[in-house]
Design a protein around this ligand. Structure first.
Ligand SMILES: Nc1ncnc2c1ncn2[C@@H]1O[C@H](COP(=O)(O)OP(=O)(O)OP(=O)(O)O)[C@@H](O)[C@H]1O
Ligand SMILES: [Mg+2]
Length: 371
């Protein structure tokens, strides 16, 4: 039977060669249960060039997370101290990606994950039962269905809880004994309990746009170190990231097209201006309520490239930006459309007038795409 390729590989599979290399590269002391040293984990995530093994094998590791290296170092130190790590930030700032990369590097798997939602139950954070077996034989260890958290405790690995603040606070609180006593009691089996092995830790993510971390109980907050993940501050770094992600998406789609640098540069400029409420030139503009995330910029840049690949007669790629920007922004608040129009009329028109041969002039000519 023909195997259909998977869409997104887990980082431990995608970067298996890098993880194997880094294991040999730094054979210094590791926190108990870890696959790599803290230094090697940071290099895996933030990159490193000219790495060399004793047998002269060399490797360059490109950065995966673009941002503050010291943030990643703090995350690693938190986990090495077996404290819970909570990555907090706006949507699309790579919190989930960072949590996957940390897990893959620390314990070789990022798959022990619970996706938090309003419907998350205690079973999903602790354990459930195989009801067929439970009815036939009564409660037994065999009938116990472990949650990803319990599996991580048994194996001494990292458990990931995505969007923890979407879970009801009383459900979140079932993590308190996990993080303090490092064991889950199973009263249905008498005094049986599952202890956490060395290496077990928890990485959670929380989105500032959802129900806030303010509703998290003080008991649980105290057991997590909070690390704020901010949008990429450096424009050049954001442009490079959007370009490389777009290239990858084009390759995955097997489309025959090159990334248009002007599209990426223009998009990132617009996103940065609207995110901060102030343009590169220092003009103030109204900020839309929708989040202008790097992830969204990648999505638009990819759509524009694919549109140009599949519909080559549709004209300049830059001309497609206004329609796509409107689609990205008009989500929560009707007034966001007015804010985008105001941005065009203020910033883009001025740039187009100042330089009629610039990409901005093409955007301005296509202003009808947003009205
Ligand atoms: N600082 C960054 N470094 C690398 N990639 C980034 C960065 N910021 C955003 N991205 C891009 O954004 C994508 C989305 O990231 P991810 O889904 O991890 O965000 P998130 O913060 O978990 O968002 P949400 O809160 O919506 O779940 C990444 O796969 C990557 O392409
Ligand atoms: Mg996420």
């Amino acid at each position: 039977m023909k195997t259909v390729p998977i869409q997104i590989a887990l980082p431990e599979d995608e970067y298996a060669d890098q993880l194997a290399f880094l294991k040999k590269w730094d054979d210094g002391p590791k926190p108990p249960g870890w696959e790599l040293t803290p230094k090697a984990v940071v290099v895996f995530i933030c990159g490193g060039s000219g790495l060399r093994l004793e047998n002269n094998q060399r490797m360059d590791i490109a950065p995966k997370f673009i941002g503050d290296r010291s943030l990643v170092e703090r995350c690693v130190v938190t986990l090495a101290g077996a404290r819970g790590l909570l990555l907090v930030g706006e949507p699309g700032t790579a919190k989930s990606m960072l949590s996957e990369l940390l897990s893959a590097a620390i314990c070789g798997t990022s798959a022990l994950t619970v996706q938090g939602s309003a419907g998350t139950t205690e079973d999903q954070l602790r354990y459930g039962w195989n009801y067929g077996m439970l009815l036939a034989e009564g409660p037994s260890e065999k009938a116990l269905v472990p949650s990803p958290v319990l599996s991580a405790m048994r194996a001494g690995k990292v458990a990931r809880i995505e969007e923890i603040t979407r879970c009801q606070p009383e459900i979140q609180d079932s993590l308190v004994p996990v993080l303090s006593e490092r064991r889950i009691a199973v009263p249905e089996l008498g005094d049986y309990s599952v202890p956490a092995r060395e290496g077990f830790c928890v990485i959670a993510t929380a989105n500032l746009r959802d129900r806030g971390v303010s509703e998290m109980s003080a008991a649980l907050k105290r057991r997590f170190n909070f690390e704020h993940v901010d949008p990429i501050a450096d424009k050049k770094a954001e442009v490079a990231l959007v370009k490389s992600r777009t290239q990858r998406a084009i390759a995955d789609a097997q489309a025959l097209i090159d990334v248009d640098d002007a599209v990426v540069d223009t998009l990132v400029t617009i996103f940065k201006d609207l995110r901060s409420g102030i343009t590169e030139e220092g003009w103030s503009v109204a900020k839309p309520t929708t989040v202008m995330s790097t992830a969204e910029a990648v999505a638009i840049s990819t759509s524009i490239s694919l549109a140009a690949a599949y519909f080559p007669d549709s004209g300049a790629q830059l001309a497609l930006i206004p329609g796509h920007i409107l689609g990205a922004v008009r989500k929560d608040d009707e007034k966001d459309t007015e804010r985008i129009i105001a941005y065009f009329d203020k910033a883009i028109q001025r740039r187009a007038n100042a330089n009629p041969n610039s990409p901005w002039a093409i955007l301005w000519d296509n202003r009808h795409g947003i009205s």
